[in-house]
Structure formats: structure tokens, C-alpha cells
Design a protein around this ligand. Structure first.
Ligand code: ATP
Length: 437
């Protein structure tokens, strides 16, 4: 399977479209279509629930625009940059720190020329202006990560929830980075959505929670169906560690272009809270009532890109299956039922009004419970294929026997097995069927 198959399916079926397509698109920007927006909603939901339904984690939704001093304190204004090199021969611009031909032979990755500029640092933050006057005093930044919204709200959350350390704050939201080399579809874009959780712990217990969160995050991916052999840890060596990190590991996924970071789990120590105390002049110390002592908590962070995770789920779920000796192939997305944008498709066998009436009533009843689709065009086989391709776990067919026996045919996406099931019991049984899928 290659990425082109996922891009093509996404476009054809309405998962992801190029942004501003009728104007020729905009570099590395993508729009989630009818099915993609629902899939994205489901991905956020499983992450959000996995985090905030724990008694030790609360949620937050901070603003994208923040006081510019936040980025001074976090180190982004001074340090959030990539070293860029220009090829004088073919004008290609590339990153000096992750381009193999440059690192090994100081050569352009495009044309092999050695006529290259010195690396220059390029800040990845998008800058804009707040208010009517565009001077340096009105400059603000689109956040390059959601984490800082959590750090500056650490005490607000702690005081209002009365949670005790260790506890976490989870957030989902857009981040922006003026990436030099975006690409690989929704893997690396300039506007993307992050799902981050910062877990505040007592110094000294950080290593234990770091290990715990590594495993918790891996188990999350297993639970939602990502194949174990497609996931691995990549611990950061001393040269890879970010300035703020005490320890860091990437959860990597085997994307079509190779093993790449899906999520980062970091032990950030007390770097962020200490910096914000220094720059804001406000105390962010935690008071431990029981021990009657004050301390600055350490932070264990888990950070995953929602878009990157969607790509991993799509790649992992995508299967092409040979159906017969004649070579008929079906494309099936074996998405976990909680992720599937449509849970059940209602398919009247023909356009006869008596079947349509039952089918429409069933669609309306089931839609109270789960996301449903209705399709009455083309042959039943073709309609099954359409649903397989978007990962719909169940198809429900209403045929002429239904008029006599008040039963319908329930077809299972993965096994293609069919069973007869009573019409009236379906709304009640469907959630259980999805649960046990
Ligand atoms: P990379 O090394 O791929 O640039 P990073 O180490 O800078 O990523 P973090 O700052 O740790 O990434 O961000 C956490 C997560 O956010 C990443 O694991 C990734 O899933 C996601 N992410 C980061 N940058 C992008 C991007 N440009 N497009 C899509 N997702 C991104």
C-alpha cells in the first residue's frame, strides 16, 4: 500500500480534499470532507474520553492567540527555528538537520550540487498583528503548540478542580508551524490539530510516571486497532533531546514512507513552569496540603497530532482483498467501530415504495442511536463495496421477505457474513453489536 492510495480514497469518498481546490489549492492545507470531519470528530472523542474520564485529568480549551511573552518564556521566539540551506544551483531549499545527503556529503538532495548557502535559522512561528495598527508592539503569534496554554493555566485548573498532584490537563486544538518541508498528505502540514496532555507530578516521581504514560499511550493505540507490529518506541538520544526535556520518546508508526513520529512522550522537568514564573513574576508553585510543602511540579507530556493519527488509522485500516479467482477486489477500511464515520448503512433492495418506507423509518429510528447512511442506488453488491471502502461496520438490507417476516439482513463488514435479524430489535441491539464487533 502506498500513500497515493490513501490520498485517492480520501478524495474520492470525501474524507479529505485539498484546501481551496478550485483556486488550485494552498500548499499543505487540507479540508476534511463529509466523512473526514466525522472521522476526525471520532478520533478526538476517543482521545478526549481516554484522558478526561480519568479522575485525575481535567480538560481545557485555551485561546490560540496568547500574550507574546508566553513565547519568549517558552523559548519559541529565540529557539523555535530550523536551519535552512539554499542550493545555488537548483534553488531548492531544504533543512540542514534532517537531510541525509547534506549531513553526509554536504550535497543538495535535489541536484547533488555542493554550491550551497550556509545554514540560516528560520523561525517556524506564524506572526500576525492584533488591532488596527501593524507595528512591532501589536505583533502576536499563532500558537505553535497547545502545551503553553496548559502551563499558564496550571494553577487556574488546579485551584478550580481542587485536584492534587499528580494530575493532568488535556487539550485538543489547532497549532500552526511554518514548516519548511511540509508534505506526505496530512502527515506534516502548517496548520494542524494537536491532542496534548500535561501530567504534573512531584519531582522524584517523574521517571515512574514517564514509564507509565509510555505504556498507557501504546495501549491506547492497540485498543483502537492499530497493529502492534506497526508501532514502536524511538527513545531520543542526547543529541536529539529538546532543550527543555529530561527524557523523550517518540511513538513511531510504520507509515507508507517509513517509520515516523506519531506521538511524543516527554519528561519536561520543571522547565516550563519555572520559565513562566520568571517571565510573568507570578508564582506557579503547588502547595502540598498534606506535607505542608511547596514545590514546582515536573511535567510528563503526551503530544499527538490528530491529523497524523487519522493518517495512521487510515493506513492501518486499509486493505485490498481478492474476492474470487476472476480477480475481483474489494477495498475495505477495517476501522475500529468507534472510529467509523458511518456505523450502519440502510439499503432497501429496490426502489419500491413499500421497501423505501420501511427503510426510511429504520434510518430515522437508528439515527437516534448512531450515525447512519441511506443508499438505494446501484446493485446491492456495489452498495456493499461502497460501505466497505469507508469502513461501515454493518449494512442492513430490507428486501421483499421483510414485508412478510419483519426481519432484515445484517451484513458484517469484515467477515461479509450475513444474518437475519428482527426489524424491531435492531435499534436496541445495534449499540451492543458495535461494541462486540
Ligand atoms: P516532527 O519531528 O515530526 O516535526 P515534533 O517533534 O516537532 O514533530 P512535537 O512538537 O513533539 O512534534 O508535537 C507533537 C505531535 O504533534 C507530533 O508527534 C505530531 O504528531 C504532531 N505534529 C507536529 N508537527 C506537525 C505538523 N507540522 N503537522 C502535523 N502534525 C504535527
Amino acid at each position: 500500500m502506498d500513500l497515493a492510495q490513501i490520498v485517492s480514497l480520501s478524495k474520492r469518498r470525501g474524507f479529505v480534499f485539498p484546501s481551496s481546490e478550485i483556486y488550485g489549492g494552498l500548499g499543505s492545507c487540507w479540508d476534511y470532507g463529509p466523512l473526514g470531519s466525522q472521522l476526525k470528530m471520532n478520533v478526538k472523542k476517543i482521545w478526549w474520553n481516554a484522558m478526561t474520564r480519568r479522575s485525575d485529568i481535567c480538560g481545557l480549551d485555551a485561546a490560540i492567540l496568547m500574550a507574546p511573552m508566553v513565547w519568549k518564556a517558552s523559548g519559541h521566539i529565540d529557539g523555535f527555528s530550523d536551519p535552512l540551506v539554499d542550493c545555488k544551483n537548483c534553488q531548492t531549499r531544504f533543512r540542514a538537520d534532517n537531510t541525509e545527503s547534506y549531513l553526509q556529503h554536504k550535497k543538495c538532495p535535489q541536484c547533488g550540487s555542493t554550491q550551497l548557502s550556509e545554514p540560516r535559522n528560520f523561525n517556524l512561528m506564524f506572526k500576525t498583528h492584533m488591532g488596527p495598527v501593524e507595528d512591532s508592539g501589536s505583533a502576536v503569534y499563532l500558537r505553535p503548540e497547545t502545551a503553553q496554554g496548559i502551563f499558564v493555566n496550571f494553577l487556574n485548573c488546579q485551584v478550580t478542580t481542587r485536584m492534587k498532584v499528580p494530575f493532568g490537563i488535556a487539550q485538543i486544538g489547532k497549532s500552526f508551524r511554518n514548516e519548511i518541508t511540509p508534505g506526505n498528505f496530512i502527515f506534516r502540514t502548517r496548520e494542524f490539530e494537536q491532542m496534548e496532555m500535561q501530567y504534573f507530578v512531584k519531582p522524584g516521581s517523574d521517571q515512574k510516571y514517564y514509564e507509565e504514560w509510555k505504556n498507557t499511550r501504546l495501549n491506547f493505540y492497540h485498543k483502537f486497532g492499530i497493529k502492534k507490529e506497526n508501532l514502536r518506541f524511538h527513545p531520543h538520544g542526547p543529541t536529539e533531546l529538546a532543550h527543555y526535556a529530561k527524557a523523550a520518546v517518540d511513538v513511531q508508526y510504520l507509515f507508507p514512507m517509513g517509520w515516523s513520529e506519531l506521538e511524543g512522550v516527554h519528561n519536561r522537568g520543571d522547565f516550563d513552569l519555572t520559565q513562566h514564573m520568571k517571565f510573568s513574576g507570578k508564582s506557579l508553585e503547588y502547595f502540598d496540603e498534606a506535607a505542608k510543602e511547596k514545590f514546582i511540579p515536573y511535567v510528563i507530556e503526551t503530544a499527538v497530532g490528530c491529523d497524523r493519527l487519522i493518517l495512521a488509522f487510515l493506513c492501518d485500516a486499509y486493505h485490498e482483498e481478492k474476492l474470487d479467482e476472476a480477480g475481483e477486489v474489494r477495498v475495505v477500511l477495517r476501522l475500529h467501530p468507534e472510529l467509523a464515520p458511518v456505523k450502519a448503512a440502510i439499503l432497501p433492495l429496490s426502489k419500491k415504495p413499500e421497501l423505501q418506507e420501511i427503510a426510511e423509518k429504520l434510518r430515522s429510528d437508528l439515527s437516534e442511536v448512531v450515525e447512519c447512511a441511506y443508499d438505494e442506488s446501484a446493485s446491492i453488491g456495489k452498495r456493499y463495496r461502497r460501505q466497505d471502502e469507508i469502513g461501515t461496520p454493518y449494512c442492513v438490507t430490507i428486501d421483499f421477505d421483510t414485508l412478510q417476516d419483519q426481519a432484515v439482513t445484517l451484513r458484517h463488514r469484515d467477515t461479509m457474513k450475513q444474518e437475519r435479524i428482527s426489524l424491531v430489535s435492531l435499534a436496541e441491539r445495534l449499540p451492543m453489536l458495535l461494541k462486540n464487533f
